[in-house]
Write a protein that binds this ligand. Structure first.
Ligand SMILES: Cc1cc2nc3c(=O)[nH]c(=O)nc-3n(C[C@H](O)[C@H](O)[C@H](O)COP(=O)(O)OP(=O)(O)OC[C@H]3O[C@@H](n4cnc5c(N)ncnc54)[C@H](O)[C@@H]3O)c2cc1C
Length: 506
């Protein structure tokens, strides 16, 4: 160990340098904080890649109740309506605060915010920057001082955080602190096809679970319907906003195969993604036809998307864009209360790693950046208002190896993808248990995968983004669920004992 990380001991530690982490640090100012980010700022975070924007009820024909109704509709009965209403009511003021910090959002000639439309929103309410560059713009405004290190374990005793064990350029070190905010982003990197940065594979969930925190609704993973279909990983995202501006989905024969679905191409993401998946399983290729709308205006409206399409040899003004679904956003996460507190004293979670209750079984497009900005303020207030308490010397453990999800990706993609069933989930659980058990690079990503799979097995219904082909119906009563590490491992061992899939229960 490189010691106790000297003068920084006792300061709140924020793990993650995306929007949630940076915003929490900013809201904690002038309190000193230590912000740990495993990659250089702006790299390997989802935030700078966000193309759509932030959803807030700012239009004259809009109000937070309408925004809430759309969010609850997309969440398919599983949102926490009270938490969602509280977050969405705070959204317009949060956008205003970002604008005052200097975020250059797109505006009309008259100076009003120019609002975009996205799937399943009944009003124009997406605040954008530079067309499709909202995330880049937010990062530009918020960049602060950062330590370039990776958190590998949270240390906890008596259900209370005592420190963070991390690895930095100068080797391993231990930060003694009783206040930790997890802001580590999503889990798309656990799948072969994803739009997330390669480093987003749920490390925060592994840290929280191993420290004893409860995780919630992990089975709900949003697959974005339209990632650019090509060899590049992570896959480039062709934003929903493109469909919001009139582009349609067609197959190689030109058939608009979703035209008869309610909402057609602007139906909730899970419906569109499954529609594409099924059509592809029937042997078709799928394209986003942008030739008529936005047509010649495409490059001006969506400069970043036009740029990567051109790099792949496609001109969206004259050629349809090949697309396929990809793991994109995690609705589940560390179970937190209205102040972002987890079930462990001294551990908060914010941003995509947290489960606040806003997203339910399926996220409404562009609600996540809004959630990160709004909740960061509440987390910061709670951290600042929590006394550090009597300093304890953390009992350290051996530094685990740097996590690597390579072995986990094919297992998750096969068993826990867009369409699931008991047999596939049980097979995945057995393979993941074997990987999770050893102190290897695969063990943390496999632990997260295993917890997702156990929760997916326990949910014997189809709801929102969780689609079970063996349980296609939705239960009458919506039920949220949580899971701890010990319970997950016990459930996986039980599954492992039953060779036959019909006997396999989590
Ligand atoms: C292509 C794409 C487009 C999107 N578009 C939109 C959009 O238009 N609107 C919207 O609302 N949402 C959008 N989303 C979702 C949204 O961008 C994310 O949910 C949000 O940015 C997550 O922010 P975050 O701060 O929680 O995590 P991130 O921005 O992903 O940051 C996570 C940080 O944690 C760090 N980290 C992880 N593990 C460790 C560790 N062990 N130690 C130290 N550091 C660690 C990472 O290096 C990174 O700095 C999009 C996502 C993608 C991938």
């Amino acid at each position: 160990m490189n010691g106790n990380f000297g003068a920084l001991a006792g300061h709140p530690a924020i793990i993650g340098g995306g929007l949630a982490g940076l915003m929490t640090a900013l809201r904690l100012a002038p309190h000193p904080v230590v912000l740990l980010s495993k990659a250089p700022l702006g790299e390997e975070a989802s935030t700078p890649w966000a193309q759509g924007g932030l959803a807030a009820s700012l239009g004259e024909d809009d109000d937070p109740a309408l925004h809430l109704a759309d969010t609850l509709g997309a969440g398919d009965g599983l949102c926490d309506a009270e938490a969602s209403g509280r977050i969405l009511r705070a959204a317009p003021a949060a956008i205003d605060a970002l604008a005052r910090l200097g975020a250059a959002f797109d505006r009309t000639a008259a100076g009003a915010l120019s609002l975009g439309l996205e799937a399943a929103h009944s009003r124009r309410r997406i605040v954008r920057a530079a067309g499709d560059g909202a995330g880049r713009e937010l990062m530009r405004v918020l960049v602060a001082i950062i330590e370039s290190v990776e958190a590998r374990r949270l240390l906890a005793e008596d259900n209370t955080i005592t420190g963070v064990l991390a690895a930095g350029p100068a080797g391993p070190f231990l930060l003694a602190t009783q206040r930790v905010v997890l802001a580590t982003g999503g889990i798309g990197g656990l799948f072969l096809d994803t739009t997330n940065p390669a480093g987003s594979f749920g490390q925060g969930l592994a840290l929280a679970a191993r420290a004893g925190a409860e995780l919630r609704d992990l089975e709900f993973i949003q697959f974005h319907p339209t990632a650019l279909d090509g060899p590049e990983r992570p896959m480039k995202l062709v934003s929903e906003a493109v469909r919001g501006e009139g582009a349609v989905l067609v197959d190689e024969t030109g058939l608009r195969f979703l035209a008869k679905e309610p909402g057609a191409e602007l139906a909730p993401r899970d419906v569109v993604a499954r529609g594409i998946w099924r059509h592809m399983a029937g042997g078709h290729r799928v394209y986003l036809d942008t030739r008529e709308k936005p047509g010649a205006d495409f490059a001006r409206r969506f400069p970043a998307i036009a740029g990567f399409c051109q790099a792949a040899g496609i001109d969206p003004a004259t050629q349809p864009i090949p697309v396929r679904p990809a793991a994109h956003y995690h609705m589940g996460g560390v179970a937190v209360d209205g102040a972002g507190r987890s079930s462990i004293a001294g551990l908060w979670a914010c941003g995509e790693v947290a489960s606040t209750g806003l997203h339910g079984a399926n996220r409404l497009a562009s609600n996540s950046l809004t959630e990160a900005v709004v909740c960061a303020g509440w987390v910061a207030e709670s951290v600042a208002g929590t006394l550090a308490g009597r300093a304890r010397t953390p009992v350290s453990v051996a530094l685990p190896p740097a996590p690597d999800p390579t072995l986990v990706r094919p297992i998750m993609s096969r068993g826990a993808g867009l369409l699931r069933n008991r047999e596939g989930l049980c097979e995945a659980a057995r393979a993941l248990l074997a990987l999770a058990s050893g102190p290897t690079a695969a063990s943390d990503p496999a632990t997260v995968g295993l917890m997702i799979v156990v929760m997916a097995l326990r949910r014997e219904e189809s709801r929102g983004a969780h689609a079970r082909t063996d349980f296609p119906r939705r239960d009458r009563v919506a039920r949220r669920a949580s899971l701890g590490f010990v319970d997950a491992i016990a459930a996986a061992r039980e599954i492992d004992r039953h060779a036959h899939p019909t006997a396999c229960r989590a």
